[in-house]
Design a protein around this ligand. Structure first.
Ligand code: FES
Ligand SMILES: [Fe+2]
Length: 396
């Protein structure tokens, strides 16, 4: 793609990348239908037969718990004449029955019942199509590609960092979708930098060192490194603190940074929000930024986790889907207050929605010219460089 090849270093993208329907289709085909995407947490389907729909572009996938420790991602297209099989957003059943003519499938997607099909009809040859599914500490990821990138690499790379949080035994305290009237790339570009944090997010900036990371806060990084043992991180994982991903779109990234002004977690006043996760024994004054695949991010505090996933709904609308996780045995009302738990990232996401939408409005103008990026937009640049490289390499 000539436009991608012409992309100057450390600069925003030209307007076409946010407006051109052909480029948008390529985004879908090349990136989203070939990447690991967060679908949900296993606690959302606690019993065998529980399922929920993961919908993307023209696709709908039934994420079902098919056995105690087994999940399937079944394409929600009936093998008879193609109707959607499941139509509600979630449910529970041992058989998935298409309402058009009643064909019924088991939890492996195998056709089990189909009336009036004649003696020669062999049900055993027919099943719902499947896409790839992988579980990372309870977090379910799916991939539409026929031969997706190896998820084990991600799992192995993050094993030590995630272990103390025991997210397989966490549960969803709240999940919410925030539609943003902007191209998905503007949402990811915004998420990837904290240049805007101080002006746009007073609530976040109050407690998070990332909003102020410079030589004056170096000692805070040292401090949180020295306390990281409290949340079960050994030397090796602590050393990840300065390691942002080698490149955006690499399969994962992990970075720890300090909370400030005595904040121990991501709450309004900095105080505890929920029981400590997993095997963590104390608040260490740090928080972790995590990335899995190109559009799923998470913030790991000692007592809760916030998962972000950005996907396009159309060329100029993105969905920001947020999941709040707490310890599996925590009870709402007794151990945590849902309003307090979700306050910071709800307020921050509303502010982000506003600035991202204004960004799209400006980018739509005939006077828009891509400008230079600051020193604080390294990760945004990594995203843009990864994106433009990908658009070129796949042409070759
Ligand atoms: S389309 Fe599903 S049973 Fe006919
Ligand atoms: Fe933001």
């Amino acid at each position: 793609m000539r436009l991608a090849a012409a992309q100057p270093e450390r600069s925003a993208l030209p307007q076409a990348f946010y407006r051109d329907p052909d480029i948008y289709r390529q985004d879908i085909e090349r990136i989203f239908l070939n990447s690991w995407l967060y679908a949900g947490h296993q606690s959302e389907v606690p019993n065998v037969g529980d399922w929920f729909l993961f919908e993307f572009d023209q696709e709908s996938v039934i994420i079902v718990r098919s056995a105690e420790e087994e999940f399937n991602a079944l394409v929600n297209v009936c093998r008879h004449r193609g109707s959607r099989v499941c139509v509600e957003s979630k449910g529970c059943s041992k058989l998935l029955r298409c309402r058009y003519h009643g064909w019924s499938y088991d939890l492996q997607g195998q056709l089990r019942a189909a009336a009036h099909m004649g003696d020669s009809f062999d049900k055993s040859q027919i099943s719902l199509k499947k896409i790839h599914l992988a579980v990372l500490d309870g977090m379910i990821f799916v991939n539409f590609a026929e031969r997706p990138a190896d998820f084990n690499m991600i799992r192995e790379g993050l094993a030590d960092c995630l272990e103390p949080y025991d997210l397989a035994n966490a549960k969803v305290a709240h999940r919410e979708s925030y539609p943003i009237a902007a191209n998905w790339k503007l949402a990811v570009e915004n998420y990837a930098e904290c240049y805007h944090c101080a002006p746009a997010h007073p609530e976040y900036s109050m407690g998070h060192g990332l909003a102020h990371a410079d030589s004056r806060t170096e000692h805070l990084y040292q401090q949180v490194m020295s306390r990281a043992g409290a949340c079960g991180l050994g030397d090796q994982e602590v050393n990840y603190m300065y390691l942002a991903a080698p490149a955006f779109g690499a399969d994962y990234a992990f970075e720890r940074y300090p909370l400030i002004r005595d904040h121990i977690t991501g709450s309004e006043d900095g105080s505890a929000l929920a029981p400590l996760l997993g095997t963590i024994t104390d608040y260490d004054g740090g928080a972790t930024d995590l990335q899995v695949g190109p559009v799923t991010f998470a913030l790991l505090y000692c007592d809760h986790v916030v998962i972000y996933r950005f996907t396009p709904l159309s060329i100029d609308t993105a969905d920001c889907d947020i999941t709040w996780l707490v310890r599996g045995d925590a009870e709402e009302g007794r151990d945590y207050d849902r309003e307090k738990l979700t306050w910071l990232w709800d307020v921050t996401t509303h502010a982000d929605k506003t600035i991202i939408e204004r960004n799209q409005q400006g980018v739509n103008s005939r006077y828009y010219v891509p400008g230079p990026l600051s020193e604080w937009e390294d990760y945004t640049w990594k995203f843009l460089a990864w994106y433009t490289d990908l658009m070129q390499t796949l042409d070759e």
